[in-house]
Structures are given as C-alpha cells and as structure tokens.
Write a protein that binds this ligand. Structure first.
Ligand code: SF4
Length: 513
C-alpha cells in the first residue's frame, strides 16, 4: 500500500468525504483524494470535487484495419462534439473505462451495436487482477538458467524458469503467490515488473544460477549484455535433416552442435539415406539414435546453447577402421549458423582448422537465412472469473458459461484472447496486440487490465444482464461516462479483428448462434 493510502487507511470506509477530500472507490485501497490531487495509482484524481478517470476512454477505429493508418477522431483532452467524423467500425474498449470495484453496480459502459442485422452488446470494464501474471517466451539457444530457478527483478523473486521449448526459453512470472504471498517488497517488485512488461517496456531480470536478461515484448532479448539476433533454425538433428542434401559432395562430415540434440550427418538417418560414408568420428555425449547425441556439454552461452567455445572439445579419437583418414574434411556449425569452422584430419587423424572454404559458405548462409529474428513474447494471463462478472450480470456464473459456450467473445483492449478450457475465465493475451499503455496497477498490489465481453443482446438479457444500462456507441462518444474523462479515438492494430464481427463469425462456425 502506498504512503498516500496508508495515510488514509484509518478513516472510516463508510465515510464518503473527509474534510475536502473525496473517496475513490475504484479499488480496495479507497484513497481519499484532495482537490487537484491524484490517488495512489495515478489513474484517478479529484477534479473540482468529482472523481475523474485521468486517462481518456479509448475507442478503436477498425475502418483503418487494412491500411493500419491511425485516424484519431477525437484528440486527447478534447471533448467529443457528437459528430461522427468516421462512420467505420468502432469498438469501445475498456482502456480508460474505469472500474466498478467492488462490483455492486453495472460495468461503466454497456454498448450496443448492430452488426449484419444482429443486435450485439459489449460490456466494458477495467478489471483488477490479483490473480495474474505473464508467460514470457525468449527466443534463444543460450542457457538462461536451470528449470525452476528463481527469476528476480530488483533483487526480489517474481517468478521462475520453466520449460525450454523449440528454440525458446519460457519464464513464468507473477501469479498470486508472488503478488500477495511474500513480503511487501516482493509484491511491489512483481507488480512493477508485470506492469512494465505488459506495457511493452524493458525489464531487467536476473536468474539464480544463470544469466541476466532484458525482456521487452516484441524486441530481441539482451542476454548478459549481448543482443540476441537469431532464433535457431532447429535442433542439431533437424538441421542435418534440412541441409544434408546441400552438403553432399562438398564435405565429408558435418556436425551441428546443439545443447539438446547434436547431429552428425554421416551417422544420421538423413545422411544414410543419401549414401554418406562412415568417417570414424566419435562424439563425446549420450547417443540417442544414430547421429543424434544428447548432453555433449553443459548448457551455457557458447555454441548452440552449450558451454563450449571450442567445438573440437566434443570429439573423441577418430577411428581409422571406421573410415577416418588423413585429409578427411569436416564442417562444424551451430544451430543458428552464427558459429562455424572447417577442419581437415592430419596424418595423425587430428582435426586441424583450415580457412573456411567458399564452397561451404552458401550452406552456412542458408542456415542463417532460415533463422527467424529472436524476439521476446509476453502473454498476460489473468483470471476474470471472479467478482468483475457481477458488473456484467446479476448471475455471474451465467457469464462464465456463456464464455465457455462461445456465446461471449472476450477481448483485452480490443485484442483477441485465448480462454483456457475448464472452469473459470482464465485468459491469455499477447500484449503486443493490446494498445500501448493499456495496463495499470493498484497498490494492493494488483494489475489493472481492460476487458470487454461481446455477445448477442438477446443472450445478454437472458443471462441476467443490465438491460437498462445499454447505450449506443454514439451516446458514449457524445456524453462519456460517470468518470468524466474525455474520449480518444485511435486506429485498431491491423491484425486484430473487429470484435463484434469476430464473435458473429465464431459463433456461426461453432453452431453457437
Ligand atoms: S489506488 Fe487508484 S483506484 Fe485505488 S482507490 Fe486509490 S486512486 Fe482509486
């Protein structure tokens, strides 16, 4: 809780006004705010004796979706004059909508729209998420830390390393245990890191027993101070499979060095099919199947996510009885093509590095060309199956059932979400698809995220919705809402569908109309 909130926490919560201060009831902190001042989260202020949501309500213009052009129709801070400048597809998001916590009254905006002859309703509110976190995918071969290692921000534990995926390392950050189950400092650091990650800002994370990494959604990771440029083309075995044909006739042996599965073309199934000759090579590692080796080294920041800087360190003695001979040529390459070297066996059957031949440049270049840019991906995950449902319907479980039955389409700031199967409304959204600056926080601590529910009007009435509160888009543009903030129009991200139409199409495709 902030200093400001602490200063006022002794006041009677039932008292609406203290001296000249007024109470904000948008979250459990219940700040008392003096005229001209803001509350502890800076989202609400006291303006002339009224609680005002300080950021504008954001309305997306989907008419711009094909060209991606941003066409503001109300400048920030301007009052909406009620005239429709752009008659395209609009979507009232919950960004700047305000909250109704505790949810004793209908959501701030319940918006009606007719789409393709069907009356639809979108219920719009900012949600306070004590149960939330982010899943981070970092495209890299490098070893960031052991699985289950603690991830820290500002020295505080905020999450852990989870599985390594295909070319990426996953982190799980936040969640209710870090937000509320540890010390105050841990909760604050967790909330701060989640907020910045969700708002696409860079956050420096350190991993116990591992690396430090700067994570920023949509940007390359920076690992121990070095920018990661490429995501690997595949594991060592897959790389052999993809490029064995290209190497045929150019070199006698190829080893693709990878921390997970190192590939050896002469032994590999792909090499055998192509008639590759035995070379008498010996790999130090655990042989899985022919030409595929696990654990050739410890994981690290070297070649292919191993700890090695000299690839010859994974080789044993060459065997003349199995094909080794002086002059035998060998390419060693990492899974991104960033590291590569060329060797020939001398008279003692020792590999000696030679200048890299032009004939192999193309195949190494092909590995590089097939690598995708390394990026950080941040997915916000939150539980919306709690009290915020009461702002949507008088019978909250009906909303959960409607979402699960595909009758209600959920968006975060207009961006499509993935709703987990099973109970509740546990959703995930790619923060890159959410308009910038959409997330906020309250010092309980918890994250504030926009959330919208779109469904047929008749379904909404049936599930116990607040029919009397339904308003048109035009009315909202003209008059705003109880939090008195201006409206702001902006182009929808080009890749996001217009939610009302997306719901109609999805429901039709799934027979949920
Ligand atoms: S922290 Fe923010 S939302 Fe919560 S009561 Fe204070 S001003 Fe309102």
């Amino acid at each position: 809780m902030s200093e400001l909130a602490e200063r006022f926490e002794t006041h009677d919560p039932g008292e609406k006004q203290v001296a000249e201060k007024i109470r904000c009831d948008a979250c459990p902190v219940m700040c008392y705010i003096a005229d001209g001042r803001t509350g502890a989260c800076d989202r609400y202020g006291n303006v002339g004796g009224r609680i005002v949501r300080l950021d504008p309500l954001t309305i997306l213009d989907h008419a711009a979706e094909t060209g991606g052009t941003v066409v503001p129709f109300v400048a920030e801070g301007e009052q909406w004059n009620g005239e429709l400048v752009n008659t395209g597809r609009r979507f009232v998001t919950a960004i700047g909508a305000g909250t109704t916590y505790p949810d004793y009254k209908p959501a701030p905006f319940i918006v009606s729209q007719q789409v393709e002859g069907v009356d639809l309703v979108t219920v719009v509110t900012e949600g306070i998420f004590s149960y939330c976190g982010v899943k981070v995918k970092i495209d890299t071969d490098r070893h960031l830390g052991p699985e289950t290692a603690t991830v820290r921000a500002g020295g505080e534990a905020i999450g852990h390393v989870t599985t390594g995926e295909y070319g990426s390392q996953m982190l799980s950050l936040g969640g209710v245990h870090h937000l509320t189950g540890g010390s105050k400092a841990e909760g604050r650091a967790t909330c701060d890191a989640l907020l910045n990650l969700c708002n696409r800002k860079p956050v420096e994370l350190t991993i116990d027993g591992g690396a430090s990494v700067i994570v920023e959604a949509g940007k390359p990771p920076v690992i121990d101070g070095k920018v990661e440029h490429r995501m690997r083309v595949g594991c060592g075995s897959a790389t052999i499979g993809m490029f064995a044909t290209q190497w045929r006739g150019l070199v006698d042996e190829v080893v693709v060095v990878d921390d997970h599965i190192t590939g050896v073309v002469s032994e590999h199934q792909a090499g055998k099919v192509l008639g590759w000759q035995d070379t008498g090579i010996k790999i130090i590692g655990r042989r899985s199947t022919p030409g595929r080796y696990f654990k050739v080294s410890e994981p690290g920041l070297g070649w292919g996510g191993t700890s090695i800087s000299d690839p010859l360190s994974i080789l044993g003695e060459w065997n003349a009885k199995k094909g080794a001979r002086p002059g035998l040529s060998m390419l060693m390459v990492s899974t991104t093509g960033e590291q590569f070297a060329y060797y020939e066996l001398d008279d003692e059957l020792k590999p000696v590095e030679k200048p890299f031949p032009n004939r192999l440049q193309k195949s190494v270049g092909l590995i590089e060309d097939n690598c995708e840019p390394a990026l950080c991906t941040v997915l916000f995950i939150g539980g919306a199956g709690g009290s915020l449902r009461a702002g949507v319907t008088e019978n909250p479980v009906n909303l959960t059932r409607s979402v699960q039955g595909l009758k209600t389409y959920v968006t975060v700031g207009g961006a499509p979400v993935y709703v987990w199967p099973g109970g509740g409304i546990t959703l995930m959204v790619d923060v890159i698809r959410v308009p910038e600056g959409a997330f906020g926080y309250v010092p309980t601590p918890a994250l504030v995220a926009p959330i919208e529910f779109t469904l047929r009007r008749d379904d909404y009435v049936r599930l116990g919705g607040y029919e009397a509160e339904i308003r048109s888009v035009e009315d909202i543009l003209a008059k705003g809402g109880e939090y008195l903030n201006p409206r702001r129009g902006t182009g929808a991200p080009a890749s996001n569908p217009w939610p009302p139409l997306a719901q109609l199409r999805r429901a039709a495709a799934n027979g949920a109309t």
